[in-house]
Design a protein around this ligand. Structure first.
Ligand SMILES: Cc1ncc(CN)c(N)n1
Length: 221
């Protein structure tokens, strides 16, 4: 069993909370109120701008050209495919691209992106991957789990499910998992605990992100 699998087995309660959050389940049922989805889509776009920088940092911290190329492929796919879906949704909601990109991050979005970028900048490639994996792997697992749900035929949510259940998204996720497992074979138990904590925090932020969107979180003042 690779280290990534060991981690999700150890923190299965958080993994399940992520997959089973009401926001996710209601997308699958096709019953999520559109207002909540619109809120999510705007915050997710703001999130993705910083998330994309994680792949740029991954390329920067690479020691071989194959890894560098792969990080740049995921960066490109995030900017042009994943974010294009958000731009398409925004157009349907009559939100122009400039307004979308300059939306104010909510407290959770800001905290999550700051966490990701600080781990990536302070740590090495293993830390960066530990922070990123819950994002890619969580969405890929959710996408696949909803691929045959009623939401997959929903006028708005169908494309969202199609994006995250696609074989292209799975292939990029699989590469990240393999990279992390290969990098961590020689880690000491202290290093493994450190990486598990990073993975765990990032996954907890994923759960908070659904909750933020479900509650349409706002700054208090
Ligand atoms: C919050 C979040 N986490 C992960 C993903 C998948 N790239 C996303 N779109 N948004």
């Amino acid at each position: 069993m690779g280290f990534s699998q060991e981690i999700i087995t150890e923190i299965d309660n958080i993994w399940q909370a992520n997959l089973n959050h009401p926001f996710v389940q209601e997308i699958g049922a096709g019953t999520l109120p559109i207002k909540k989805f619109k809120y999510y889509m705007i915050q997710d776009y703001v999130y993705l701008i910083d998330y994309a920088k994680m792949f740029a940092l991954g390329a920067l911290k690479s020691t071989d050209l194959t890894t560098m190329t792969q990080f740049s492929k995921i960066l490109q796919s995030t900017l042009t495919e994943e974010m294009a879906l958000h731009r398409q949704y925004a157009a349907q909601f009559n939100i122009d691209e400039g307004t979308l990109a300059s939306a104010e991050p909510s407290p959770t979005t800001l905290a999550y992106t700051n966490y990701l970028l600080s781990v990536a900048q302070i740590g090495g490639q293993a830390e960066l991957l530990a922070a990123l994996l819950p994002c890619m792997w969580g969405y890929e697992t959710i996408g696949k789990s909803l691929a045959h749900s009623p939401g997959a035929k929903h006028a708005l949510y169908g494309e969202w499910i199609a994006m995250y259940s696609s074989s292209e998204f799975s292939a990029l996720t699989e590469w990240l998992i393999q990279k992390f497992d290969t990098l961590t074979t020689q880690q000491t138990s202290v290093q493994r605990t450190h990486l598990t904590n990073i993975f765990k925090n990032s996954l907890r932020y994923e759960v908070l992100f659904w909750e933020m969107a479900y509650q349409e979180e706002k700054w208090l003042v």
